[in-house]
Design a protein around this ligand. Sequence first.
Ligand code: HT7
Ligand code: ZN
Length: 866
Amino acid sequence: KVEIFLADYEPPKTVVTDIRLVFCLFDTHADITATSTFTRNGDLAAPMVLDAGDMLEIVSVKLDGVAARHSRGKRTLTVEGAGAGGTLEIVTRIKPQDNTKLEGLYRSGGMFCTQCEAEGFRQITAFPDRPDVMARYAVRIEADKASCPVLLSNGNPVASGGLGEGRHFAEWEDPFPKPSYLFALVAGDLGHITDHFTTASGRRVTLNIYADPRDLDKCDHAMESLKRSMRWDEEVYGLEYDLDLFNIVAVGDFNMGAMENKGLNVFNTKCVLASPETATDRDYDSVEGIIGHEYFHNWTGNRVTCRDWFQLSLKEGLTVFRDQEFSADMGSRAVKRLDDVRILRSHQFPEDGGPLAHPVRPDRYVEINNFYTVTVYNKGAEVIRMMHRLIGAEAFRKGMDLYFARHDGQAVTCDDFAAAMADASGKDLSQFKRWYSQAGTPVLSVSRARTGNDVIVTIEQETAPTPGQPVKEPFHMPFLMGWVATDGQAITPVVTGGDWREDGCLLEVREGRQSFTFKDVPEGAVPSLLRGFSAPVRLKSDLTREDLAFLLRYDSDPFARWEAAQTLARDQVLGVTAALIEGRNAPADTPFSDAVESLFADKALDPAFLAELLTLPGEVELGQMMEVLEPGHLHEAREATLNDLATRYEAEMRARYDSLRPKGGYKQDGAARAARRLANLLLQFLARRPGGDALVKAHYEAADNMTDRIAALSAVSDSDFACRGAILADFYERSKDEPLVLDKWFAVQATSRRGDTVQKVRELSRHPAFTLKNPNRLRSLVSSFTMLNQAGFHDPSGQGYRFLAETILAVDKINPLIAARLVAPLGRWARVEPARQAMMLDSLRFILDEPKLSDDVRELAAKSLK
Ligand code: HT7
Ligand code: ZN
């Protein structure tokens, strides 16, 4: 495959306005007849070139009813004599049962389903398979009635009936023109739950969630989440649903989380099913967020779509921002923000600082599937969040209205979105748009200087080179800050070049170095920096440990308060790590452990927020702050810090743990969830103390929900407790018929902090319940180990690297998209100590030596080696 460039964009030469698809589905194959009405631009004498996937057999091609000369390229179908336009009929044959890539039309369990984003439609029929070709779809599905009683596609059902010989059909029409990536079909033996939603303008929409009949008892939370999403989009953005029917289908074999096909969302079971026995509180939140995300795409993605795949963040960054705000409004805004910042720091920052760094709007790619990244999604959402902060909520809403007024029914660019925001607010966003084109995480250095009664705050920004971008221009970003006086009260000193709002003072940073003067700042007042994590940057500041401990107690901004705790914790862990590396005794000062005392004393603290404050930064995030990563020492130091906390605060922890244990039965309300969150965190500390064995066992046995059970299982899996084997075996017995729960059994063992985890993971990869074919099962073992268990993956033997390389090659033969998504951890070699570095590079070369490597894996492995 060749590299394609944003700069080479040209409008489509073939435009399809209407397409009728007839699917005849059988166990051995599927025959598809696609009849398109098309027009052509440019040189009309030139042949028409369509995208055609490698799994596609072309049976016949007709133009205006007459057989047409055509030829097959590796990824194209060329048709002669198309002229200015007409009707094109293509018959194709495919084998969904052999499609292990899960792209195009495939089978999951017995069910037929499709996944067309980004380029799966070309595996169904030959077509101008690009998002700026938008057509109206009419679909007929014919299948065996006994094995496929349910036949679904986009839009509205218009006809159905029997065909004889045990077969039947259904016909669907979608009135909204859409790109091919939003086409969907599902046929199978599914049950469903139904509900209704009446829109603000009175449309009564039928809502269905289809699933394996055994899973219908786990669909209610998704249905409630869907109704909440519909209401929220009306209230916050004035956006209503536009069809009479909204269908969701749960599928067990799925490459990603879910897919926003028009009127027929397809979901990975993991992202839609939830019951107290099978899903944790986090899973419940994730289902709500993803249901919202896919629903919100109906406007941001479907009604207004992307011109080309370089613009992916136009729909994904914006829709992640919308789902984050939705979740914040449904639960705790403060806690949601911390969760989102953690994802950025542990996944996006490493991506942005490594060989796979790319801008939010990439300017080149070989395989677009490799660009569904945390940068495009989550950093893309931060870019929208910064715009929102810079222009304010009211102007942002006006900008959204203008964006829909201008572009409904169109395929547009990130520039079009920014133009709507700039025009609605009057703000010049030209410098701001560098966030779309420049990769890398800026480092902000903030320092203070007092002159008389005033304090000058100086902010410097610097962004390190990233692949292909040696020099960076300064970013325009919002920097929100506040001041806390010595008595703990917020103060609002007059500032030059800044603007006070309810949540702090907004400074607009545009230059490499910029100063702001705060007038009459009382002696001893402490600045609270980067409130709300107002820009996706790394912050360095001259705040002392005393300042941080003070902010932890008094700051009114939850992010800055949490960040004070995180900074103290980072200092403590990295101090111990440095001592271990240099063979010194651990430093005597324990700034985080000391500061925690005030937290236990503060009885007004929300238990969920206390849990956040007590959660140390993860090892991946901490590793990012080391010049040279020594994963073993870092792990040991973090463990030592956790042990120190457990020892010093055992009494407080035990008392709080006991007070939080549920008195009545299981509940899903905010208070019960907050109590579980804190109790389960405290359990992890208490498990480190004498008697931890019995406490964890009792917790496991008392658990009446997955959140509590998995917390105990995780403590057990980390331990040498006598009960370890029996509890792991018990969990397996309980879960072996519930795939999503069994995934947790694999994941918990893959993230164990025991020293033998790399061997255990290898062993588990040979377990009869393990398979490389199901992406969820694969990720539960392999990605949990390589992405979430830094110390285990970097086992000094190098076995972690070898295991990953061999797994990538094995998966590549089945599903290249999924294989490529496993590569990143091996590419982070540049910052690791030399002995491990050599072994990581060897593993990358081992992958690249495979002659039949897919383009997907080759693109990322080759970049990773540079
Ligand atoms: N828009 C969806 C992306 C997606 C996808 C992309 C490539 C291969 C398979 C896929 N499944 C879903 C998901 C979303 O962001 O909403
Ligand atoms: Zn999305």
